[in-house]
Design a binder for this molecule. Structure first.
Ligand SMILES: N=CN[C@@H](CCC(=O)O)C(=O)O
Length: 273
């Protein structure tokens, strides 16, 4: 399975330590599929179909110095670090994707028939990637909470604006997820909503995307941890994306400017809870 070589490599997980009480988590910007995992997939382009394309490039220029960043470069099609590690569904009874997804968001099978990961393979991927990501994020949260008494986590995502299997119509530009108000202080959510309201983007709180495992698991406002998910419709920053094209969309920095102008005060609001 290549466990040892992957352990030895370790360059898939990026942790940038800063001292502000603010952490950015980027669980889905990865597009890497190590050779050890490539064989069963039906088509390698499918493994990046649901990536949060270029979102780290959107955030990096606007992050205040001292921001802590945790990011994985591994494709979510290998294992999704934003899903419960025990394999429970994020949205029981609704269409979604799982810990080691077997389809993309559209429902297209990722694997050749019979090549889907078996339970021991899922467990191996969980230990290799999910556990270290969660540990890194948890350690950074504890480090900064010990220092400041309170810390904010922004779990950053983007998604194609039209995915009929997951939601009707076109997604709002900004989708704030706070686990229906459980993952952050009410005043934090209110400040973020005020920023969204002032922005040129449509927005909703706790609509189709209420926050994934990261937001729900780490958010604990009573204990000083405000955790918020931002799900950004990709047409808010990608100039061109043919939604039937399974290849990598282009990134042009100009296309992200308007979004960055909204995200900067969003980040400021999280820095002053
Ligand atoms: N682009 C990614 N979206 C997240 C949304 C989590 C949620 O459902 O709120 C994901 O699939 O993990």
């Amino acid at each position: 399975m290549g466990e040892a070589s992957l352990r030895g490599g370790g360059d898939w997980l990026e942790v940038v330590e800063g001292n502000l009480p603010f952490i950015v988590s980027l669980p889905h910007t990865g597009t890497t599929v190590p050779d050890e995992f490539a064989a069963g997939f039906a088509n390698t382009k499918l493994t990046t179909r649901d990536a949060d394309w270029h979102l780290h490039q959107v955030f990096r220029p606007i992050l205040p110095a001292g921001t802590t960043v945790v990011r994985t470069d591994i494709s979510r099609s290998i294992i999704d670090v934003n899903r419960p590690p025990d394999g429970q569904s994020l949205y029981p009874g609704q269409a979604t994707t799982g810990l080691c997804p077997t389809t993309d968001f559209d429902g297209t099978p990722l694997y050749r028939p019979g090549s889907e990961p078996a339970p021991n393979e899922i467990e191996c991927r969980r230990r290799l990637f999910h556990e270290p990501y969660a540990r890194a994020l948890g350690e950074q949260i504890e480090r900064l909470r010990a220092r400041h008494g309170r810390v904010a986590v922004l779990d950053c995502h983007s998604i194609r604006p039209r995915i009929p299997r997951l939601f009707d119509g076109t997604l709002p530009g900004l989708n704030i997820g706070t686990d229906d108000g459980r993952s952050c202080l009410p005043r934090v959510q209110a400040k973020l909503e005020a920023v969204a309201e002032q922005s040129p983007f449509t927005w909703v709180s706790n609509g189709r995307f209420k926050g994934g495992w990261i937001t729900r698991h780490f958010g604990n406002p009573k204990a000083g941890i405000d955790s918020v998910q931002i799900e950004i419709a990709m047409n808010a920053y990608l100039l061109v994306r043919d939604e039937n094209d399974y290849g990598a969309p282009e990134y042009e920095a100009d296309g992200a400017r308007l979004l960055q102008q909204t995200l900067s005060p969003f980040i400021e609001a999280l820095l002053q809870p």
